[in-house]
Design a protein around this ligand. Structure first.
Ligand code: FAD
Length: 435
């Protein structure tokens, strides 16, 4: 069976690796850019994603890239503690949470794809069109540096991110991703240890926020931190809110100014921002939930299917879960090496059934998670604290009872599929693995 994957980001590469593990070999990945440069700053891989990477035999190499945060602390804009909770192994999961550089993760996944599948990544191939044929195959047209080329597949998987071209072919009226009204400035800076060197912090409210987590091991009382500074409006720059570009670099100075009085408890927010190696500006955008991902023998994974706000740190993790779920259903239903491909009626029916099972397993869950993330996800405690005690508080229990804070944290974990009891107990997505 010939499988074409569009996009060599986190979702596309994880899909290639998951399909390989499920028995498929005839896989080609098409990437728009001319080189995989490993761009971005930090992202978090939650325990549900680390479980899948572990089952793909990638845990050691991914663990070597990052830091496992053990505590997450939510504070208000005055540095007063609202909620803190253990993360990863410390929270009773069988798998850790890992904070990694997005680009280093992408390069590690790329290397694993090349090791396991060979030279299957076609760079400089931008999908522009897909046409289904009478024999069930899909012919994909790509723009390349020197013109155009086409390729025919029995299955095409769109992992082409928030600006997905495959999604746009299915939903031509959709337009640009809707903007939340917030602007994000993401960066990496060397800074004094954040608490114990294994703590992730979120400070602020719905108007302005600062998130930081370690990306490197402590060295002499300092470490590399990833941060996201966030503010309602376009900030000091002529923000391109309609052009969500992951690589737009801006000057740190004016951003540090916005946070000038955010200095508390050993945390010097303006100092961290001013010290950034680079600051990338990005509008807080997502995508509306879709009524359908699969059309003919094409489907969507990752941000192409359900780009979401970074609240909850779930974008990369959910792309990996899509990849594993899709490969599980295909590997269970479809004869990987069948020569008849999608034109063979039995094989074609099996592909259709697998795509339907994938969509059934993932789309309603992502629709609910998108809604929860738009409602600020687990960060709701910060909004409530600001609403009920805008000038700060003496005792958080008087502002938000512990049971309410606990329920906000737990409800989000259930919605995202990583409540410890559910994740630890659920069956594996490895094909043929009864565990
Ligand atoms: C350059 C870049 C930097 C990022 N930085 C961060 C970050 O610092 N922190 C964070 O949390 N998230 C970041 N993200 C987003 C994050 O990777 C995703 O939210 C998440 O990992 C889901 O991954 P994905 O594979 O669905 O999408 P992405 O990782 O966005 O990958 C999509 C891939 O598809 C390719 N593509 C797009 N259109 C086409 C086309 N028409 N034909 C072929 N290929 C196409 C893109 O070049 C890209 O490689 C970044 C994404 C990109 C592209």
């Amino acid at each position: 069976m010939r499988i074409g994957i569009i996009g060599a980001g986190i979702g596309g590469l994880a899909t290639a690796l998951s399909l390989e593990a499920a028995g498929f070999r005839d896989i080609t990945v098409h990437e728009r850019t001319d080189a995989i440069r490993g761009l971005g700053v930090g992202l978090n891989l939650l325990p549900h994603a680390i479980r899948e990477l572990t089952e793909l035999g990638l845990r050691d190499r991914v663990e070597a890239l990052g830091v496992a945060p053990e505590t997450l602390v939510y504070m208000n804009r005055f540095g007063q503690h609202i909620w803190s909770e253990p993360r990863g192994l410390a929270a009773g999961y069988r798998w850790p949470q890992l904070s990694v550089h997005r680009g280093r993760l992408q390069l590690a996944l790329r290397d694993a794809v090349v090791e396991r599948l060979g030279d299957v990544i076609r760079l400089g191939h931008r999908l522009v069109d897909v046409q289904g044929g009478d024999d069930g195959s899909e012919t994909v047209r790509f723009a390349t540096g020197d013109g155009e080329t086409t390729a025919a597949y029995d299955l095409v998987i769109g992992a082409d991110g928030i600006h997905s071209a495959l999604r746009a072919l299915r939903y031509p009226a959709e337009g640009a991703p809707p903007w939340s009204g917030l602007t994000l400035w993401r960066g990496v800076a060397e800074a004094p240890l954040l608490v114990d060197g294994r703590t992730m912090i979120m400070a602020g409210d719905g108007e302005q926020k600062f998130v930081a987590y370690p990306l490197g091991a402590p060295e002499g009382g300092r470490q590399r931190l990833n941060f996201i500074a966030e503010k309602r409006g376009t900030g000091p720059f002529e923000s391109l809110k309609d052009r969500a570009d992951w690589n737009r670099a801006v000057d740190p100075g004016p951003i540090a100014e916005l946070f000038a009085d955010w200095r508390f408890d050993g945390l010097d927010v303006p100092g961290i921002i001013a010290n950034a190696e680079e600051i990338l500006e990005y509008p807080m955008v997502d995508r509306d939930a879709l009524p359908q991902w699969t059309f003919g023998r094409t489907t969507l994974v990752g941000d192409a299917a359900h780009a979401m706000y970074p609240n909850g740190s779930n974008g990369g993790s959910q792309a990996i879960l899509d990849a594993r779920t899709l490969a599980f259903h295909l590997g269970t239903a479809v004869r990987a090496g069948a020569s008849g491909g999608a034109g063979d009626p039995a094989q074609g029916a099996a592909i259709d059934a697998a795509l339907a099972a994938y969509e059934e397993a993932r789309r309603p869950a992502m629709t609910a998670l998108l809604a929860g993330t738009r409602a600020t996800g687990p960060e709701r405690v910060m909004l409530l604290a600001a609403e009920r005690a805008p000038q700060g508080f003496a005792r958080i229990d008087d502002v938000i009872p512990r049971s309410e804070r606990e329920e906000i944290a737990n409800a989000y974990k259930r919605a995202a599929g990583f409540a410890p009891s559910i994740l630890n107990e659920r069956a594996s997505l490895s094909v043929g693995d009864p565990a």
